[in-house]
Every structure is written in C-alpha cells, then in structure tokens.
Design a protein around this ligand. Structure first.
Ligand SMILES: [Zn+2]
Length: 606
C-alpha cells in the first residue's frame, strides 16, 4: 500500500493568518508514484484515545498534479480515506485543504483560535499515505503566523523570516506530537539555567498582557516541579521540554500531553485569581508526568503504528490514573498546592467516587474501555453512567499502592522506587516503550513482593459499590463530612457557577437553577427528582443559593421535610425530601498512626 518514497519528505505549509475567524489553510506536497493511491486523515488521536480526528472540519479539499486538478473520491465506508488515481509521469501530489477550528467540543461550540491566540494540532491539517507507519513518514513543516504574533512549540526552527517559520523535518509521529501555540500577547519563562540540558520553558499566550502575569512564586514552583520530576523518575525522555500555556476564555480549555511539550488551555485569569489558580494548579504537573507515563511508557493497546489503527484503552487507569496521582503529588511537592489544598482536593475526589451510583453496575476498567463513548457526554445522569472515572479512581488506587509499599517496607520503599524502575533510565530522545498489565505487576514485585495482581484486579475489574479508600486509611486519614466548606469545592462552585449538594440532598444545581445531575439513591432521587429539572422554590420561598443553603443547613433541627417546587419543562410539581443531615462537605481527618500522606507530598529535593 505504501507508495511513498521514504527518502522524500511530505512538505506541509500552514497559513494561520486567518486564525481569528477559525480557519487554517494548508498546502501539502506529497511524493507519489503513478496509479491508484489513498490518502488518510488522522482518526485515532494520541492522548484522546478515541477516533476524534475532526474530519467533519476538513474542507476545501483539492488535489493537483503539475497545477492540474485531479478528481478524488472519499471512501464509501471509511470517511477518513480519500482515493485518487495519480496520472502517468507524476511524482508529486499537491493537496490543499482548510481546517475549520471551531465546533470542537460536545456542545459544538469550542474554538481553537480567537482574535489574539491560536493553537495548531498538525493532525488537523495533514493527510498521509494509507498503510504507512507514522514513524516512517518524514514531514517538513512550515507556518505563516498572523502578523506580529509570536509562537511556542517543541519543533526546532530551521529558518524564520518575519511571520514565516520553517521547522526542521521530523517524522509524522513527532509532528503530530508537537503542537504550536501563537498569540499577539506572548511570554516565555525559562525554567532551567542557561546551558543546562534538557532545557525547560513555559511559552504563554493570552488574550491580554495582564493574563501573562505569572507570579515569581509560581515561576519558582515550576522550576521546583522540573527538579522534582528529575528526582522522582531519575531520567528524562526528551531533548527539551515546552509547557505551552494558553490563557483565554475564548478558546477551548484543554490539556493534552506530548513527549516534548504539553498543550494547556486555561481561563485568562488563572494566574491572578486564587480560585482558578487552585483549580488549575494540577494541570501542568499532570501533563508533564505524561511525558514519562503515557508517552514514554505506554499501554501496548495505545501504542499504535499510525492514526487509523484502533486503540485499546483498558489500561487508562494506569495511563491517566497514575498520572493523576503523581501529578497531584507533584503539585504539592512543588508548592503549587499547600498540603491542606492537596488534602481538600483528595477529599472531594474520594467523596465524589464514594457517591457514584454507577459503581453498583460498572467496574472501573469498563470506564476506560468506554472512553470513546463517555468522553463527550454532559453531566446529566453522570453519577449513574459513571464518567471518566479511571482518572480520579485511578488516583485512589495508586495512592493505595503507594501506601501499601510504604507499609510493607516500613518506609524504606515507595511508589517513587517503582517510578524509577518503570519510567526511569536511560535518558534520551523521545521514544515509546509499550507495557502490559503483567509488566506493571512484575515491576511492583521488584519493589516489594506482594499480591499486586490480586489487589489491582479487584480494584479495576470488580463491581465495587464503595470507593477504594484504602490509601487514605493506610495513610493515617479518614474521609469525613461536616458543615465547614471544602476549599477546593468552594473554588469550583464560585468559578464554574454551581452549588454542590451531592453529599446531602444528592444533586448539584447551576446558576440558572437547573439540576445538573441527581444521584440515584439520594434523597432527591427517592423523592422523584431528576437531572434537567429546575428548582423554583424551597420551603415556599423562591430559589436562590442562600435560600437552599439555609434550608439544608437547618435541616438537622427542622423536623419537617424540605419542600422543593420543581419544574420539568412546562410542568410544575412539589417534592418532599425527608432529609435532616445538614450540610455535608468532605474533608480528610487525621486518625492514629503515621501520616503517610504528609510523607508522600514531602518534596524529594531541597
Ligand atoms: Zn492525562
């Protein structure tokens, strides 16, 4: 099938000057031989773990040979494949295409560019010969930026003249792994000293100069993060690393990992607003950990030879779950979170999972295997479906593994030792070393012999109505609920404009009074209330967040049920909730024994 000559590169030139209206124009020169030929558009996108290549946004497709248009035909089954007949004597196919860069999220609204910032994922503008391995396809990329904009990317610059930038040729694998961000407000922060290798930088773009105001304390914390990953893993699998950070409320929030960079999208105020800072502090550490866990060590089912081959997502509770665990630990070790903020976030994760009604029918691994269908869903009935629980529950599972190693070895060993064995030496350029469940178990047994296969199999494959809280308990803490607000939940409520009553009445409600989700088995569910309905009044008084808080807060002393007047589209009904538990906010409380959580988040470097 592969008709490309490996000695020659595909040239791809992307004109980004139309980014403010969310359309990118690409021209590709693809070496070919005469005869039937099939080009494909990347479908299974690394890091997304699903067939998310936005082929619906591929437009303006035109193919030419020596300036003459030739007809193409989309495959009648695979909408990602395009057939052409290359005429005799032709050695190069010129392809032009446009990528529309809006309509990218579940609501069909997310955009990748605005008047001031853009993000370019090369998989959105590339076609490559069907049947080739992405490692074997060489690409020479270039871009034209909007006038005066500056960019960040892990790609190495070969030439720059004004707004035109040519990069050194790379494999298609590394091209798709090296997104570019650009903006007219740009700031670069060096995280390593001049001459030190590998170099680490933060490249930031924003809607405003004010959005780029990273504090000296944060700069110091990100330098510490780099040092802490060195101490944790003992090796690096990249030649240099770029944290690409977009601060904007106009484009999609995102976090996507790569070998030598990560693409992080957060709100414009994230560096200056304490609540947003608390909520997003774990993002860069999480995506950075992926360079080791996910990109370098990758589950065999996700290490595919090209972007058309389906991915098998069973081990996402390692790929994402261990990353979530290590990312949050590193957030605390680097000082981006205080120990209390770490514990409050962990308490909310534990409480949320312990109230997930879907755990009564669906094992954790099924949430991983179902990433293709779960990723794009809204929050209605999320507790009953379970969402992408392999992230937060993976965190709890790996905390339990870490605490177990520490107890089994009387504090001599920890999950840090596993990381050094599994993700560590030798350092070198980006590469993939696939693994299986058995490889994980074997490495854990190298750290300390234990029935790891049994523990992990039970946590991942059994239907477990209660969340795995063993790591918290072994760590010297317990999950409790009381009236005191959880700082992490409160920051989320303020920023995302909702009120969390999941652990009392059993629902969350947004600022428009819509019930975002209702947990099966909860008082609200028992009374007959469901997601999508709207609160009108509480105990005879029109809804407001204060009225609701007052009713729940005084429910312990009030012998009468809470009366909710609720609308379901055009119809209104009253529901009686016999609830007397008061406000229920999750926290961790110390028990006896050693404080392993404190040891776990203790920095490894001075
Ligand atoms: Zn991740």
């Amino acid at each position: 099938m592969a008709q490309i000559s490996h000695a020659q590169s595909i040239r791809i030139a992307v004109d980004l000057s139309d980014a403010p209206r969310n359309i990118y124009h690409a021209k590709l020169n693809i070496p070919v031989k005469p005869g039937p030929f099939t080009l494909v558009y990347p479908k299974w996108i690394p890091g997304n773990h699903r067939p998310s290549g936005p082929v619906h946004n591929l437009t303006g497709l035109r193919m030419e040979v020596n300036g003459r248009a030739i007809p193409w035909e989309r495959d009648d089954v695979d909408v990602y494949a395009f057939h052409v007949n290359v005429p005799a004597g032709a050695s190069e196919l010129e392809v032009s295409l446009d990528a529309i860069t809006q309509g990218l999220n579940a609501a069909g609204t997310g955009a990748q560019a605005s008047s001031n910032v853009l993000g370019l994922n090369w998989n959105e503008v590339v076609l490559y010969p069907q049947g080739t391995k992405s490692d074997d396809v060489q690409v020479a990329p270039s871009v034209r930026l909007p006038g005066g904009w500056k960019f960040g990317a892990a790609l190495e610059v070969a030439n720059q003249a004004g707004d035109s930038v040519e990069f050194h040729p790379v494999s298609l694998t590394m091209l798709v792994d090296s997104p570019l961000i650009a903006g007219n407000h740009f700031r670069k922060v060096e995280l390593t000293k001049p001459g030190e290798t590998p170099a680490h930088v933060i490249d930031m773009v924003s809607e405003s100069e004010a959005g780029l105001a990273m504090t000296p304390a944060d700069e110091a914390a990100y330098r510490k993060l780099v040092a802490e990953t060195g101490a944790l893993f003992g090796a690096r699998h990249y030649l240099h690393y770029d944290f690409l950070v977009t601060l904007s409320d106009q484009v999609l929030g995102r976090g996507l990992e790569h070998h030598q960079s990560s693409d992080n999208g957060v709100g414009e105020q994230t560096l200056t607003d304490d609540d947003r800072h608390l909520l997003e502090a774990g993002l860069l550490p999480h995506e950075f950990v992926h360079s080791w866990n996910g990109k370098y060590r990758r589950p065999a089912g996700l290490a595919t030879p090209n972007y058309q081959e389906p991915m098998r997502a069973d081990l996402l509770w390692v790929y994402e779950g261990l990353t979530e665990y290590l990312g949050n630990v590193l957030t605390a070790r680097s000082g981006l979170w205080t120990p209390e903020q770490y514990r409050e976030a962990l308490a909310e994760t534990a409480a949320m999972l312990d109230h997930r009604s879907g755990r009564t029918w669906r094992p954790l691994e099924d949430t991983a295997r179902s990433v293709q269908i779960l990723r794009l869903l809204g929050r209605s009935w999320q507790s009953w479906r379970r969402g992408l629980d392999y992230y937060p529950e993976g965190e709890l599972v790996w905390l339990e593994v870490d605490a177990t190693i520490r107890q089994q070895t009387n504090g001599q060993k920890s999950l840090d030792d596993f990381c050094r064995l599994f993700h560590g030496a030798p350092s070198g350029p980006a590469k993939v070393v696939p693994y299986t469940f058995d490889d994980l178990v074997r490495t854990l047994n190298q750290v300390v012999p234990y029935d790891w296969a049994k523990l992990l199999n039970e946590r991942v494959n059994d239907v477990l109505p209660r969340a795995p809280l063993g790591g918290i308990v072994r760590g010297g803490w317990k999950l409790v609920y009381n009236e005191k607000p959880n700082v992490y939940v409160r920051a989320a409520e303020k920023t995302r404009k909702f009120e969390n009553y999941f652990y009392s009445l059993g629902f969350a409600v947004n600022e428009k009074a819509e019930l975002i989700d209702v947990i099966p088995g909860s008082p609200a569910y028992q009374a007959g209330i469901g997601p999508g309905m709207k609160l009108i009044a509480i105990n005879g008084r029109l809804w407001s967040k204060d009225v609701l808080k007052e009713a729940v807060g005084t429910s312990k002393e009030n012998p009468k049920p809470i009366e909710l007047l609720v609308s379901n589209a055009e119809f209104v009904k009253s529901y009686s909730l016999d609830y007397h538990g008061g406000l229920q906010n999750p926290h961790l409380e110390r028990t006896s024994g050693e404080d392993l959580l404190d040891e776990i988040i203790n920095p490894l470097t001075k």
